[in-house]
Design a protein around this ligand. Sequence first.
Ligand code: GRF
Length: 192
Amino acid sequence: MMKKLKLAVFISGRGSNMRSIVQACAEADFPAEVSVVVSNNPDAAGLDFAKENGLACVVVDHKSFHGKAAFENAIYDALQDYDIDLICLAGFMRILSADFIARWPANSIINIHPSLLPDYKGLDTHQRAIDDGRDQGGCSVHYVTPEVDGGDVILQRVVPILPDDDADSLAERVLPEEHIAYPEAIRLIAAS
Ligand code: GRF
């Protein structure tokens, strides 16, 4: 088998997408392994799962740095120990600067976003799709560029938006699709 991609998974909270990636990596034929989980939030619930599963965890609390550059330098420095091939943003609630992105080879940072990009970049995606009367929502895994949620899409999964949906019920329908999409996108990248 080819060498597995070494992943750094960045989280800020619940970490359910990180969990789906970790679970996929447990499959013998999955072409990647999680080398480290990075959180900007010391209280991120996802860190518990990561630690219970014996994963290396790095907490870089943005609140303890003066400015984004110092925060990002600390993340960059911490990652030097792990020989990372791909950074997977999974509910990571900090916007990475163009400088940080430029320090990595092209297309080595990806993100999952809960909308069918290029529609509904940014926050409150589900509510905005409902307010616009859309009949489809979903999620996108995409490359990260300095334009927030603006990089090329790797894959999307679509769900219907039903007449009675609110943002919570739609999010509940989209989340399981995210958990399929993220590992699948990593497979596609490994095969490319
Ligand atoms: C997901 O909906 C993801 O698409 C968005 O933030 C949420 C994170 O959820 N970027 P989790 O922390 O992976 O459970």
